[in-house]
Design a protein around this ligand. Structure first.
Ligand SMILES: Cc1cc2nc3c(=O)[nH]c(=O)nc-3n(C[C@H](O)[C@H](O)[C@H](O)COP(=O)(O)O)c2cc1C
Length: 261
């Protein structure tokens, strides 16, 4: 990838993807490549510069990624061969993102130069959190991210696509039916423990789909995509799902991952 500039569009619910992007930015910068990073949920696609390579970074969710992230991919403008690469972070496995995303981007005219999937700790309703084990996973993930950035610089990456199976799985995983189930099962049940809530409105500000509104206390609407931000970053652990116990995971203590890097 011969370029002095890169723009990376990223989403990170609980910080894993942020750490990976940060590691890649470090490598690019050390190689005299100027990188600008933007949060997906704050990006107007008409502002994207199609003359410089694009990176996409996001968490895996439901074997694919969040619907609002997919909506961003689908809104990307048509291109005349802009190089584009992706990196996702996941606990274990994705079956419905690498191929389907390549299909969408290729149809739009992008040149899909590289895809990498990096294992990071689970952020989904962990019964327990083993900090030592997670630190090892993160260290390995960051090493993998740096290697990938170097391979991108060398032009030594590929973006494979296994059609049929992943397209089918994508249709199963990313649709309104699934979103409704998520909202019924979790989203609409998320609430606050009024004794703990300090009405700081951080959850309202953090929600990437603007699904939380402030009444006397925060109230969740119909578009929760389960990114875990409100649950993980509430300073008093007041955001709860009644009758569900789990340990809150966050890759970094602060909400730094919500600032552009
Ligand atoms: C709702 C939800 C669904 C997830 N689905 C998957 C999955 O299908 N496969 C997987 O390997 N990890 C899955 N994960 C784990 C995350 O992909 C992983 O922890 C990721 O690194 C989180 O990134 P972030 O901290 O940047 O949000 C899921 C997490 C959440 C919250």
């Amino acid at each position: 990838m011969l370029s002095n500039n890169i723009q990376i569009f990223y989403n990170s619910g609980t910080g894993n993807t942020y750490l990976i992007v940060k590691a890649m930015v470090e490598v690019f910068t050390n190689n005299q490549i100027e990188v600008k990073t933007y949060r997906i949920e704050k990006t107007d696609v008409s502002d994207i510069n199609l003359d410089i390579p694009i990176g996409l970074a996001f968490p895996v969710a439901f074997q694919s990624t969040y619907k609002f992230v997919w909506d961003f991919f689908k809104r990307l403008p048509k291109s005349n061969g802009t190089p584009i690469f992706m990196v996702d972070t996941m606990q274990a496995f994705s079956g419905a993102i690498v191929g389907p995303l390549k299909k969408v981007l290729t149809e739009k005219g992008y040149d899909c130069i590289g895809a990498n999937e990096i294992v990071m700790p689970s952020n989904l309703f962990n019964k327990n959190i083993n900090k030592e084990k997670n630190e090892k996973i993160i260290t390995k993930g960051i090493k993998n991210a740096k290697l990938y950035a170097n391979q991108l610089i060398e032009g030594n990456t590929i973006w494979r696509r296994i059609p049929l199976l992943s397209d089918g799985l994508y249709k199963l995983c990313v649709n309104d039916f699934v979103l409704n189930i998520i909202n019924k099962t979790y989203g609409k049940k998320i609430t606050v423990d009024k004794e703990k809530c300090i009405k700081c409105e951080l959850c309202v500000k953090l929600c990437p789909t603007k699904n939380i509104k402030m009444d006397e206390y925060p109230v969740w609407g119909e578009n929760c995509q389960l990114c875990m931000r409100c649950l993980s970053y509430c300073p008093t652990e007041a955001v709860i799902i009644p009758n569900k116990t789990f340990k809150r995971y966050k890759a970094i203590e602060s909400t730094l991952h919500l600032k552009d890097i």
